[in-house]
Design a binder for this molecule. Structure first.
Ligand code: NI
Length: 183
């Protein structure tokens, strides 16, 4: 596999704060290529052979805005089984409904734009349902739960210029821990 040359913006870059825009169909050739490159990059970042060789930080999601492109597109590559990956290409997502229950990732969330360890709780819905469009522009719905639900919410935040670090209470990073379930 060839590692795509992606320039991922760092948290200090103000472009990450932009609100991404609705995507029109058909997708441009460039956007299709970017989607492919992100899938390859995220997949390689989760395979030991490659993350060691290229010194990559493993990541399961990336939004277009992290490459400086303010379009409502994100990609998630989820390792469902050892070496088996499921890809999600999500365009123009909208939340339809969500659980009351909140969860948080015990070891902390990570982001390819945040190159440091950040401790603290990022409250996320345990389950949610969203509508979105696929690469062909077809309108679809998906229900996600647990870590996939966290990943989707993390990426949807990117489309609104929000980073996970914004959601951690600065004075008390583990505030309200008892009200949520750790995953
Ligand atoms: Ni991120």
């Amino acid at each position: 596999m060839q590692l795509p040359n992606l320039k991922i913006l760092d948290e200090k870059n103000k472009t990450l704060r932009k609100i991404s825009e609705e995507v029109k169909f058909p997708l441009t050739k460039e956007d299709k290529k970017t989607i492919k490159d992100i899938i390859t990059y995220l997949t390689m970042s989760q395979i030991e052979e490659y993350y060691e060789k290229y010194n990559l930080r493993p990541g399961m999601g990336l939004a277009f805005i992290q490459l400086g492109i303010p379009k409502n597109i994100f990609v998630i590559v989820d390792e469902v089984d050892e070496g088996k990956f499921e890809n999600y290409v999500i365009i123009n997502p909208k939340m339809i409904s969500h659980s009351e229950e909140l969860i948080y990732v015990g070891e902390g969330e990570g982001c390819l734009s945040v190159n440091r360890e950040v401790e603290g709780i990022v409250p996320r819905y345990a389950r949610m349902r969203i509508s979105y469009q696929n690469e062909e522009g077809q309108k679809l719905e998906i229900r996600v739960r647990e870590d996939l639900s966290v990943a989707f919410q993390h990426e949807m935040d990117h489309l609104n210029g929000i980073l996970f670090i914004d959601k951690i209470d600065k004075k008390d990073p583990f505030k309200n821990r008892e009200k949520m379930r750790e995953i």
